[in-house]
Ligand binder design. Structure first.
Ligand SMILES: [Zn+2]
Ligand SMILES: [Zn+2]
Length: 177
C-alpha cells in the first residue's frame, strides 16, 4: 500500500538529501553530510571521508590527534572542494545544509566561500558556532522537520519504486515509422 505523497519544503528536501549523503561517511565517530545549494539547485554534496584514494577510518582505524580523528575531510569542507572540482557554479550567496553544526574550521571556510545561509540538522559540540557565523553576517537556523514529511520519508524506502505504465502515445501518422 502506498502512503499518500507529501511534497517537502525546500529545507525538508535538502536536509533529507544531506542525510542520504551522510550514509557514505567513512568515520563512524560522526556520520556527517552536507549539501551546497544555490537558488534551490544543488551545487555539490560532501560527507566526511579521507581524501580520494587514501585509507578510510572504517578500513584502517581512526587517525587521532588530541582525541579528535583527523583522517577525514569534514562534510562541509568536502562540499566546497567538490564545488571547486566540478566548477561552473559559484559558492557565493549559496546555502549550506549540514546534518551537524560546523566545526570552527569549516565555519571559516563557509564564511570565506561566501555562503550566506546555513541550515543545521543538529548542534554538535560547539553551540557558539551560530554566533560566530552571525558575526560574519551569515544567517543560520537549526532545522526542524515537518511531522507529516518525517512520517512519509520514513516509509518511502520500505516501498518499491512505484510502477507506472507509460501512457500510449498515438502518433498522427504512425504508419510512417
Ligand atoms: Zn575517523
Ligand atoms: Zn568541520
Amino acid at each position: 500500500m502506498e502512503t499518500s505523497a507529501v511534497r517537502p519544503s525546500w529545507d525538508d528536501y535538502f536536509m533529507a538529501i544531506a542525510r542520504i549523503v551522510a550514509t557514505r561517511a567513512s568515520c563512524d565517530r560522526l556520520h556527517a553530510g552536507a549539501v551546497l545549494v544555490n537558488n534551490n539547485r544543488i551545487v555539490s554534496t560532501g560527507y566526511n571521508g579521507s581524501p580520494p584514494g587514501l585509507e578510510q577510518c572504517d578500513e584502517s582505524g581512526h587517525l587521532l590527534e588530541d582525541g579528535h580523528c583527523v583522517r577525514t575531510i569534514h562534510g562541509e569542507h568536502n562540499a566546497l572542494l567538490q564545488a571547486a572540482i566540478i566548477g561552473g557554479a559559484s559558492t557565493k550567496g549559496s546555502t549550506l545544509y549540514s546534518l551537524y553544526s560546523p566545526c570552527i574550521h569549516c565555519a571559516k571556510y563557509i564564511i570565506a566561500a561566501g555562503i550566506t545561509r546555513v541550515v543545521i540538522g543538529k548542534i554538535y559540540r560547539n553551540s557558539d558556532i551560530q554566533a560566530y557565523l552571525a558575526e560574519a553576517g551569515i544567517e543560520s537556523t537549526v532545522y526542524s522537520s515537518a511531522p507529516e514529511w518525517n512520517t512519509y520519508i520514513s516509509q518511502l524506502f520500505q516501498q518499491e519504486i512505484a510502477h507506472r505504465e507509460a501512457p500510449r502515445v498515438k502518433l498522427n501518422n504512425d504508419d510512417t515509422v
